[in-house]
Write a new protein. Structure first.
Length: 192
């Protein structure tokens, strides 16, 4: 990557440990500190001013110490740093893909509510969010190395006649329940 000056700078920062130590530390510290500040998990201090009015302040010193130590514990584990780096990088890919999809949908609108998928119907909006959720779950499973194991388990299970028979029975039972179920808004029957 060192073919350019900027590429050499990026390589130098990688050798310094910016990507392996400093950035994961800052990310974990910031997220932990913000969560502790927002939830007020460690309590608040009540301070009364000269006019007798009470003000509550979070315990920033305790929150920062806990966030600091948590961030150090995380960067001490190379595996956790690798997982965090991979999840964030892949989530950004999903974010860029989702933004591109919203831009494509926005091009077909008149200029008002470009990114509002509910105008296309409730199914589009729900489908979009489900697709993003599934994408993030798959990214996480891939980052921790479980996606290959799940794929192998499923493919080996489909080759097993017993597993395939159980799956087929479940599909038939599901179809029978779906076909024989009555609709929710059942019209009233008149006996005239």
């Amino acid at each position: 990557m060192a073919a350019t000056v900027l590429g050499g700078t990026i390589e130098f920062m990688a050798q310094l440990g910016i990507y392996d130590i400093i950035l994961p530390f800052l990310l974990v510290f910031t997220l932990m500190f913000a969560t502790l500040e927002k939830t007020k998990l460690l309590g608040v201090e009540i301070i009364v001013d000269k006019s007798g009015k009470e003000h509550s302040y979070t315990r920033k010193n305790l929150n920062s110490i806990i966030a600091f130590t948590t961030a150090f514990f995380v960067i001490a584990s190379a595996q956790l740093v690798r997982i965090i780096s991979e999840v964030i990088a892949n989530t950004m890919i999903l974010l860029v893909t989702g933004l591109s999809f919203m831009l494509a949908v926005g091009l077909s609108h008149s200029g008002q509510d470009e990114f509002k998928l509910s105008k296309l119907g409730k199914g589009w909006e729900i489908g979009f969010w489900i697709a993003n959720l599934v994408g993030i779950i798959l990214i996480f499973l891939n980052a921790i190395g479980w996606l290959d194991k799940i794929y192998q388990f499923v493919t080996q299970g489909l080759k097993n006649p017993q597993t395939l028979s159980i799956f087929l029975i479940l599909v038939f039972v599901g179809l029978m329940v779906w076909i024989t179920s009555s609709p929710k808004n059942k019209p009233e029957r008149s006996d005239d």
